[in-house]
Design a protein around this ligand. Structure first.
Ligand code: SF4
Ligand code: SF4
Length: 419
């Protein structure tokens, strides 16, 4: 950890109103300023690491809203994450962490096999029975929460159903790599298929290497720096096999992590070059808006947009998704108040810290419902999972779609009109 980053905090408090956990508690220890002070005192040897102190730090969502607000460039979320990483490197992974982070997550085929029971659970009708009889209450709490978040799974992952090469429609204008993202491929295959459709409609040949692996974000979250670097090396090799104009992803979390490979593998020019090539789908499409506009047909919908933290705060992408939505004829975009405040998903935070996650989510849900929009658009699998589950119950239902799903609906509307 860079000590300079810690001492840069001048304790001005400008980050406080932007921090979701501070807004819920008004406790200094749950604020970015407080977290920076705690980590600094540990580094300076003035504080012992205790269970209570680790609990304070564990409450950070790593949403990085504080980094956007800080005039001194202090990123409290990243400092807390680095502190956890350094600690984990010293202590080593537990047996369970080894099993998940080293033996499961880096192997897409094993991940795909791991979701088969969940798919059978849904398709056999057992899920309906379990929910109707209220049997979820008998499950351990984390399992109950995970089950509640599970949307209907696609019959196959996108990695299994997509060809490695998807040809351009019409005249070919270039070749891009497509980074699948584990959750997007396993759970939101339809949204990622829409991403590929948009790219090919714009004349891109899309290369989706089947041997790509998880971006390393789960390893980073768990403090496994070795696993993270292994993932980065593997993806660099896989995407480096052929010249690509860009490496595109529709997963905000993956995009943010891929763009940090240059930092994680400091000194590697190929890692820096790869990171510079990575584009969130909204960045790439917004750069092609004049070519995209004539392909879009009318959608008479009222939508609002939630900025995923990993897209708005970590990658600075805010304008592009809104511009893309406004390209769609007939679509009305209503600005969501505090659109870039975390929804409480934050990787596995909603499982590990359910009480705080629920408070943060409740604010977001009320804000979305107040807009009166019929569709919430977002662009990150964690937000999709969290908000789909929350907006399907307990009040006016709001449909939740990935940005590329809305754009693909508009492509369909245009094609139907032309037919
Ligand atoms: S982290 Fe930044 S915004 Fe927050 S108190 Fe420190 S200097 Fe001010
Ligand atoms: S990363 Fe988010 S939760 Fe953590 S200190 Fe910053 S604003 Fe607060």
């Amino acid at each position: 950890m860079n000590y300079e980053d810690l001492i840069n905090c001048m304790r001005c408090g400008m980050c406080l109103p932007h921090c979701p956990t501070y807004k819920e508690t008004f406790h200094e220890t749950a604020s970015p300023r407080g977290r920076v002070a705690l980590v600094r005192k540990i580094q300076e040897g003035e504080l012992e690491v205790s269970e209570r102190l680790l609990e304070f730090l564990a409450l950070c969502l790593d949403c990085q809203a504080c980094a956007t607000a800080c005039p001194c460039g202090v990123n409290a979320g990243e400092l807390v994450a680095e502190f956890k990483c350094e600690r984990k490197t010293r202590e080593g992974l537990s047996f369970m962490e080894q099993l998940i982070l080293r033996r499961l997550v880096p192997h897409p085929d094993r991940l795909e096999r791991a979701v088969i029971p969940a798919r059978l659970y849904q398709r056999s009708g057992l899920q309906r029975v379990v929910r109707r009889l209220g049997l979820l209450k008998m499950m351990p709490r984390p399992l109950e929460r995970m089950e509640g978040l599970l949307p209907t799974l696609p019959p196959r992952s996108l990695r299994q159903s997509l060809q490695e090469i998807t040809p351009a429609q019409g005249e070919e204008r270039g070749t891009v790599g497509f980074f699948l993202g584990c959750v997007m491929s396993l759970v939101f295959a339809e949204a990622s298929f829409a991403t590929v459709r948009l790219l090919t409609a714009l004349g891109y040949r899309v290369v989706t290497p089947r041997d790509q692996v998880c971006c390393g974000a789960p390893q980073m979250l768990a403090g496994d720096s070795v696993g993270l670097r292994e993932a980065a090396h593997r993806n660099l090799a896989v995407f480096g096999r052929q010249p690509l104009e860009s490496v595109v992803t529709d997963c905000g979390g993956c995009g943010a992590e891929l763009k940090k490979y240059g930092h994680h593998l400091a000194g590697s020019s190929s890692a820096a070059a790869f990171s510079a090539q990575v584009r969130d789908i909204a960045e790439l499409l917004a750069g092609q808006s004049e070519r995209l506009r004539p392909l879009l047909g009318p959608l008479p919908l009222t939508v609002t947009y939630h900025d995923p933290c990993h897209i708005a705060h970590c990658q600075g992408i805010r304008r592009q998704p809104r511009e893309l939505l406004q390209l769609i004829p007939g679509l009305q975009l209503i600005e969501l108040p505090d659109a870039d405040t975390c929804c409480g998903s934050a990787g596995t935070y909603n499982i590990a810290q359910p009480a705080m996650a629920d408070k943060v989510l409740a604010r977001k849900v009320a804000s979305i419902r107040n807009t009166g929009a019929e569709i919430l658009v977002t662009a990150n699998p964690g937000c999709l999972l969290q908000l789909k589950a929350a907006l399907a119950t307990g009040g006016r239902q709001v449909q939740v779609l990935h940005l590329t799903e809305v754009l693909a609906l508009s492509l369909d509307a245009r094609q139907t009109r032309a037919a």
